[in-house]
Design a protein around this ligand. Structure first.
Ligand SMILES: Cc1cc2nc3c(=O)[nH]c(=O)nc-3n(C[C@H](O)[C@H](O)[C@H](O)COP(=O)(O)OP(=O)(O)OC[C@H]3O[C@@H](n4cnc5c(N)ncnc54)[C@H](O)[C@@H]3O)c2cc1C
Length: 399
């Protein structure tokens, strides 16, 4: 039976869900922005490479999807409706909650007042344009590394440093970490490893190793999720992420599906999934499949997923493609240099291409799943021989 599915949040997860579920259902897609933001490219925007927005209307053209430009401010779980900031109330048969995440600047004093975040990439780019001084990126996760590398390569007149509580890219293999450090140093970025930031002020950072002067600070250290799920009464974890069952239905309210960064999703053999585009799109597509199955009286199979790689861009000509096991732990296989940069760019384009393909033909998008016969941590097949590029840029295999 055709149902009215309301999707709040038109990011990677929400848009994928909306496109796929529009195959058989009527969809209302709600987001305060008129453009889909390619969040995985925000570090490029910060470095002055223009906007990453694609008009939402184009991305849903031809589908039974009504877009509503507004912010969801409340959910009536018993009455099955969503209230918007323009005063409208939208009823639903099933709700897909896909509000994503944003940088958390509340954990360290001064970060909210004196630091930029990638969500303000356009403002950051404008601040850096034509200026000079020192820009400090805080956070040694993949976003912090990408921001530091991009700015070190492109922000003329600025010295860049990366401040991190551990080693940059702590989740990568030893070869991956070595390459990240070497690439940042080659680009001229100074690395302050094992350094905890205790406060941000207008002229830099206070850390447990002393003061680090900086004219501009970019905060990437942690992520937080919108409080709407908790305020509405959905069961959430300590970070405010909605708890879901094996079919991504809220564990407290099964009419609500929660996908992407806003959900705490666990998969068999992996445990908790990390917040990533790589998990947002599969969860969005899967939730649409479940809605479809339930509306036809079928019992959905549990969510299945496996990781394949972690991608870290290091400016426009370098990157690390880190092969990972099903559970995201790093394998020793690492691709670096120009080939990795090309693969990374291809993957970035693929995400948008996959959304367009899903619009043209819902059901097209596929994601990696564990083989039923393979243990989650089964090793990759052995490599026959290392590859050297004639250009001298390395494709590194091995430790
Ligand atoms: C610089 C950078 C690089 C990254 N690179 C990678 C990468 O290489 N690989 C990878 O896997 N991941 C990467 N990520 C992480 C990835 O971008 C996120 O995990 C992904 O965007 C999560 O998708 P989502 O759909 O859950 O949320 P989002 O993409 O954040 O979308 C959430 C949507 O909800 C909307 N929204 C928010 N509040 C409301 C409301 N109240 N009402 C209605 N709508 C609302 C927002 O406007 C937004 O459109 C990167 C992130 C950054 C910042």
């Amino acid at each position: 039976m055709k149902q009215h599915i309301v999707v709040i949040g038109a990011g990677y997860a929400g848009l994928t869900a909306a496109l796929r579920v529009s195959r058989r259902h009527r969809v209302t897609l709600i987001d305060p922005k008129t453009e889909f933001s390619e969040r995985i490219r925000l570090h490029e925007v910060a470095a002055g490479r223009g906007s990453t927005g694609v008009p939402l209307r184009e991305l849903v053209a031809g589908r039974d999807i009504s877009t509503v430009t507004a912010r969801a401010v409340a959910i009536d779980l018993d009455g099955r409706s969503v209230s918007l900031d323009d005063g409208t109330v939208v009823g639903y048969d099933r709700l897909v909650y896909a509000l994503g995440s944003r940088t958390d600047t509340a954990s360290v004093p001064g970060a909210a007042d004196h630091a930029y975040t990638v969500e303000r990439a356009g403002e950051l780019s404008a601040r850096l344009a034509g200026g000079d001084g020192t820009v400090a990126a805080v956070g040694g996760g993949l976003t912090g590394i990408e921001v530091a590398a991009e700015l070190a390569e492109s922000a003329a007149g600025w010295k860049t440093c990366l401040v991190t509580g551990q080693e940059p890219g702590a989740g990568l293999s030893p070869a991956g970490r070595r390459h990240v450090t070497a690439a940042l140093e080659r680009l001229g970025a100074r690395i302050h490893a094992d350094t905890r930031v205790t406060a941000v002020h207008p002229h830099g950072l206070s850390t447990d190793r002393g003061e680090i002067p900086a004219d501009v600070v970019v905060w990437t250290a942690t992520l937080t999720v919108p409080s709407l799920a908790a305020e509405a009464g959905l069961a959430v974890d300590a970070r405010g992420r909605a708890l879901v069952d094996a079919t991504l239905r809220s564990s407290s309210h099964p009419d609500v599906f929660v996908v992407g960064d806003a959900a705490r999703v666990s998969a068999p053999g992996i445990g908790e999934l990390r917040m990533a585009c790589a998990t947002a799109m599969p969860t969005g597509a899967y939730a649409a499949e479940v809605i479809d199955a339930l509306s036809r009286g079928r019992q959905p199979a549990p969510f299945r997923f496996r990781y394949l790689a972690q991608c870290v861009s290091l400016g426009r000509n370098d990157a690390v493609i880190q092969a990972v096991r099903a559970d995201d732990s790093p394998h020793h296989l690492v691709i670096t240099g120009r080939p990795a940069a090309r693969i990374n760019e291809w993957i970035n384009r693929y995400t948008l291409g996959a959304l367009n393909a899903e619009r043209r033909r819902p059901g097209t998008y596929r994601w990696a799943k564990p083989l039923r016969t393979t243990a989650p941590n089964a090793p990759l097949p052995p490599l026959r021989k290392p590859v050297e590029e004639p250009s001298g840029r390395r494709v590194l295999f091995g430790k």
